[in-house]
Write a protein that binds this ligand. Structure first.
Ligand SMILES: Cc1cc2nc3c(=O)[nH]c(=O)nc-3n(C[C@H](O)[C@H](O)[C@H](O)COP(=O)(O)OP(=O)(O)OC[C@H]3O[C@@H](n4cnc5c(N)ncnc54)[C@H](O)[C@@H]3O)c2cc1C
Length: 461
């Protein structure tokens, strides 16, 4: 590449949770890592207050370790930052963490392990020879262009942007390119948890409860347990009288449920995930920008509904809005193996499995539509390393939402716990390849990779 090039061993593109896991697991071995993100910060959707899903199975077994454990250990150093795994007796356990503490923990670990960070910088092009990337071109926020030569690239862009720019293949949404709706998540503080949970206990039909036969089957019992546990990890259902009536009389916008997650017990603070706009290709900037404005109106509507209709929210105040539009679905790469919906629901394991996923197939549709198909017996499925290897490319791996998966499988693998798993595996594989001077990731010794992941605290089976 051009004269003003800089050299890096490993470049990670994308500062969401997958890119963070990749950068941290590579940098902690001492190799030089550059993490590039086109936003002014890192963390993405992981720092909005939504629960980390996929880290615990429906049965409550811990399935993700490694970088996640390191992040939580730092979070636990701040008072009350980690509420922990909570079950709403619906389908899953959610790991509830204060999003500001999580972002701080991420930044502290990036600093600790010496990850070089390049923010407000977009990778616009790659240079490659016969499927091997030799360098990337970056446009910085100030308009400057930089070139970086590198040995390995990890595409953690959430959309396979680097793969598609380098000659790999990426597909989007369903056959008609329909994608899951976009949302704007927000937080409210000063909520009185006890009256809210009492309301759910006395009206269990108001919440999505007892959907998975592995968990408590009776809605009444599930609501009772929720109340007793004291954590407002609840999904207020559109089939309930309260939200259902609001949908009918149009004082609320159509949604499946209001997914509520506690982020601070002291401040009575919750994250609320309910707004949605469907049938929109958010990879187009006009669409994403317009959606943000429409969703802001939905947030206003939701606040009005909650404070006027829902017990416990009478004195609640808005405490935060996600710093960006939440995009559930964009591109999935064509990889050496495509993870399939059937692999998820049948909890299939693979010889080249580099970690576990546990979240149900979860595909949000328009209005009140949502498909949820649980993993067999509330267990965990394996994630093959070959899903991280883009077809036709040699020294590129993907991590996070855009791994090779069919649409159903992606509805599960897109969650944060699983993004951490693929990020950690990609970062570790890149360090191994660097150490052994392997150019093509297909030649990585899987047993060796698994050994290093286990040493890093990853959970493989
Ligand atoms: C509304 C909503 C609700 C969700 N609910 C949950 C939940 O409750 N629990 C859960 O676990 N998961 C949930 N998810 C899913 C999960 O949050 C995301 O799938 C996950 O965080 C994606 O992480 P990622 O690192 O793969 O991608 P991202 O977080 O999208 O990170 C990719 C980053 O790469 C950057 N980038 C892209 N192209 C370039 C480029 N060319 N140059 C530089 N940077 C680039 C992007 O701007 C972005 O910052 C939800 C998602 C949404 C949108």
């Amino acid at each position: 590449m051009k004269d003003n090039h800089q050299k890096q061993n490993i470049i990670v593109v994308g500062g969401g949770i997958a890119g963070i896991a990749a950068a941290l697991s590579a940098a902690k071995t001492g190799v030089s890592v550059l993490l590039i993100n086109n936003e002014g910060n890192v963390g993405g959707d992981a720092c909005t207050g939504m629960p980390i899903l996929g880290a615990y199975s429906t049965r409550g077994e811990k399935c993700v370790g490694g970088v996640l454990d390191e992040l939580l250990a730092v979070c636990k150093g701040f008072s009350e930052a980690c509420i922990g795994p909570v079950c709403d007796f619906r389908t899953v356990y959610g790991l509830c963490v204060n999003p500001e503490a999580l972002r701080l923990a991420i930044l502290l670990l990036l600093k600790k392990y010496g990850v070089k960070l390049l923010l407000n910088a977009v990778v616009t092009d790659t240079e490659s020879v016969n499927g091997t990337v030799t360098g990337i071109k970056v446009i910085c926020g100030n308009g400057e262009t930089r070139f970086f030569n590198c040995r390995y690239v990890i595409d953690a862009t959430g959309s396979g942007n680097i793969v598609s720019r380098t000659g790999g293949k990426v597909s989007y949404g369903d056959v008609d390119r329909n994608m899951q709706p976009v949302s704007l998540v927000f937080r409210m503080a000063n909520v009185a948890f006890e009256p809210f949970l009492r309301f759910i206990k006395e009206n269990p039909e108001e919440a999505l409860l007892a959907e998975n036969p592995v968990l408590e089957r009776s809605r009444v019992k599930a609501a009772e347990l929720l109340y007793r546990n004291g954590y407002p990890y609840v999904a207020l259902s559109a089939n309930g009288k309260l939200l259902g009536t609001a949908l009918l009389n149009k004082t609320m916008y159509p949604c499946t449920a209001m997914f509520i997650t506690p982020v601070s017990m002291t401040n009575g603070e919750l994250c609320i995930n309910s707004t949605r706009l469907a049938h929109l290709d958010a990879s187009l900037p006009e669409n994403a920008s317009g959606a943000l404005l429409s969703l802001a109106e939905q947030v206003q509507t939701a606040i009005k509904f909650l404070t006027s209709q829902v017990p416990g929210f009478e004195k609640a105040v808005l405490s935060g809005i996600a710093p960006r539009l939440g995009i559930r679905e964009t591109g999935r790469i064509l990889g050496e193996y495509e993870l399939k919906q059937d692999d998820i629901v049948s909890d299939r394991k693979f010889p080249d499995g580099i970690g576990l996923g546990t979240h149900h197939v979860d595909i949000h549709g328009a209005g009140t539509e949502q498909t949820r198909i649980p993993v067999k017996d509330g267990g965990a499925y394996g994630i093959p390393f070959s899903c991280l290897i883009p077809r036709y490319l040699n020294n590129v791996l993907v991590a996070g939402r855009c791994i090779a998966s069919d649409r159903g499988a992606n509805g599960s693998a897109r969650v944060m716990g699983t993004c951490l798993v693929t990020g950690q595996a990609a970062g570790t594989a890149a360090t191994l390849a660097d150490k052994l001077r392997i150019v093509d990731f297909r030649k990585i010794d899987i047993a060796m990779l698994k050994g290093v992941l286990l040493e890093q605290g990853a959970i493989l089976a």
